[in-house]
Write a protein that binds this ligand. Sequence first.
Ligand SMILES: [Zn+2]
Ligand SMILES: [Zn+2]
Ligand SMILES: [Zn+2]
Length: 345
Amino acid sequence: MPELRKDPIIGRWVIIANERARRPSDYIFAIEREEAPTDHRKGCPFCEGNESLTPREIFALRKKGTLPDTPGWSVRVIPSVSPFLSIKGDLDRHGKGMYDLMNGVGTHEIIIPTPRHDAGPFIKDIQQIEKLNDVLITRMHELKKDPRLKYVLIFKNHGKSAGGGNIRHQHLQLIATPATPKRVKEELVGAKCYFDYKDRCVFCDMIKQELDAKKRVFIHMDGFVALNPYCSRFPFETWILPTKHSCDFDKMTKDEIKNFSKTLQLTLGKLVRTLGDFPYNIILHTAPFRRRKKRGYWETIEDDYHWHIEIMPRLTQVAGFEWGSGFYINPTSPEDACKYLKESR
Ligand SMILES: [Zn+2]
Ligand SMILES: [Zn+2]
Ligand SMILES: [Zn+2]
């Protein structure tokens, strides 16, 4: 019998279609290496030595004494060549009859987390992941200073069917927007509702229950958990959350960044060993910038919201039913997914 499960945060329904139970071998993707794996590729704009192929860098972690837009960096941030939003101009928020609009102000940046061309399906070097997280936090602090911006969404598309395009070189994207995105707002509103009712953070409650149940948590160490949420929309959907309550990713301490980087590396390692070089989207959900007291979810955001990472393997198609209903059909239960991930060493 399929099971309908309701997400406790935003109230979304998922159908866990267990009788079609699909195993990792139904999905597995071969690890595609380039014919000759290489640290450098001619013509790749993200490779060290090819800095002249990109717009001028916004920021980079570099060896002392090296100049911007030259080799010597370990993580590099550049503007997107085809940005969705532009940093120039005012918001000019206004109405047109019943419709609201504003100028497309924002930023669209590309973060290159390694100078190496062929780092494989994910970055294995923990120090490199720590550096990447340091850079993400630095960029968030910088963008927070711009009063026009409300939110920074950081994500990575890996593999063609996840929107990763043909560029093999690892890269993430950062988009800063003048409004809080709807998906984040749904979580903020849902988390506030739960808090109003129970006086507890819904994410903290979820972590506690999942640690007790031991059915969907596959990593628990040094202040972080990796789990397959009860209402997983996709096979092997995975969340990483800090066990200590915090709404802001960019308030992590040095030690927390270390531990988070380790958890992220272990999580992606387990997923890749189970599914091969699978296509995925990974997103960071953190609290929006807060500059003044506002009503609604703003008042209690520090108590009720909890930052997290969502990893969404793109193993199934999202089609008419999902678009029309907001329901998702997941043919691999999170309990099964967790079992496979626990077994993968
Ligand atoms: Zn490259
Ligand atoms: Zn919490
Ligand atoms: Zn989320």
